[in-house]
Design a binder for this molecule. Structure first.
Ligand code: TXA
Ligand code: MG
Length: 336
């Protein structure tokens, strides 16, 4: 149907056209859609976000609608700098300042007591708000050009793998959002590390793009309190998440192959396999076993295997250091 002519409304009583989704790098267009209360895709250094005006409950409600996300799963609020972050919290401990100085802009989200200007819908009624200063240059410019913060979950349908390119966002949300701001592939590739402060301790709630080793250098000893579906502090981190549609098994690849000898398997490994077994599609994440490079490629590789002709995905666990920990966390949540 074309809209270059005027139609009689009586002819289309139930007609709701899909949105025309554009991809581009036009900050003015991005700003206009956001000001009109429409969610758009935005690049960050971790994953692409589905952003809307965090101070408008109506705009935030549209994020939940577009993603099919239950409203008990809170959203992170993105701000241009630490000074802006302080407007949305009633708590700014010295530890927050130290971490902000060291890691913002960057892949770190701080959970702090929520200021009342932040709508309850953003935090799913929880007492704290997640605040983050993203590092992607285009999104930094966007945040500086608008006069409100951006609530933004990852721009994937609820439960699916997070997007690390504008094309990933388009593949799944086209027709549901008007615009995707294209900032190229994400440089980190896994979501931000989420931390908070309780009883003088620094707690890590979600492993992510800032490694524990880096965090520890500034924050001192850390306590891991990783989100489970049973953890009321973070109802969003359901144990099944980041999941491809095909069944993914995590473990020793040779053993897993013996379990499913008749199926065509997609193999996901850190380094190239010396020999690719028959009836498999093997994808490795980094020729030299570099965990940063591997993290950057992880979600794209999972998507590729999900869309390929394989029957199942067999993934090997990563080394438990650096970004390997966050990758293992995502693989575990993706696994059956
Ligand atoms: O890197 C990232 O953090 C990306 C980019 C777009 O910034 N965002 C992201 O958002 O991963 P999302 O919605 O996919 O995951 C955010 C998670 C929630 O599921 C929840 O577990 C936790 O952060 N969270 C956010 N706000 C919270 C709050 N007020 N209280 C407890 N947990 C919260
Ligand atoms: Mg997400």
């Amino acid at each position: 149907m074309r809209f270059d002519k005027c139609y009689l409304i009586r002819k289309f009583p139930n007609f709701a056209p899909a949105m025309n989704t554009q991809i581009g790098a036009d900050l003015r267009a991005a700003k206009q859609f956001l000001e009109a209360g429409l969610p758009i895709g935005i690049p960050t250094e971790t994953v692409y976000g589905l952003a809307a005006n965090a101070l408008s409950p109506a705009a935030v409600a549209r994020i939940f609608e577009v993603k099919n996300r239950p409203t008990f799963d809170p959203l992170i609020v993105h701000v241009p700098d630490a000074e802006a972050a302080q407007r949305y919290t009633t708590q700014w401990p010295e530890a927050a300042q130290r971490l902000a100085d060291a890691f913002w802009p960057g892949p770190l989200t701080l959970l702090l007591d929520k200021h009342e200007v932040v709508p309850d819908l953003v935090t799913s009624g929880l007492p704290r708000v997640g605040l983050r200063v993203p590092a992607h240059p285009l999104t930094r410019k966007l945040l500086q050009a608008i006069d409100f913060p951006l609530a933004a979950p990852s721009a994937n349908p609820f439960g699916y793998i997070s997007p690390t390119s504008a094309q990933h966002v388009y593949d799944q949300l086209q027709g549901r959002i008007p615009y995707i701001l294209d900032g190229g592939p994400c440089s980190i590739g896994v979501e931000s590390t989420i931390i908070g402060f309780e009883n003088g301790q620094t707690l890590v709630y979600r492993l992510g793009g800032l490694s524990l080793e880096q965090l520890e250098q500034v924050a001192g000893p850390l306590t891991l309190q990783l989100h489970q579906s049973s953890n009321p502090a973070a109802p969003g981190m359901l144990s099944t998440h980041y999941a491809p549609r095909k069944s993914l098994y995590l473990g020793n690849i040779d053993e897993l192959r013996l379990r499913f000898p008749l199926l065509r398997a997609g193999l996901l490994t850190l380094r190239p396999l010396p020999q690719v077994p028959p009836n498999t599609l093997a994808i490795y994440l980094s020729a030299g076993g570099d965990l940063n490079e591997a993290a950057q490629q992880l979600f794209a590789a999972m998507r590729l295997l999900d869309q390929s002709d394989v029957d199942i995905i067999l993934a090997e666990a990563m080394p438990e250091n650096g970004l390997g920990r966050a990758m293992n966390d995502r693989l575990k949540r993706a696994a059956v």
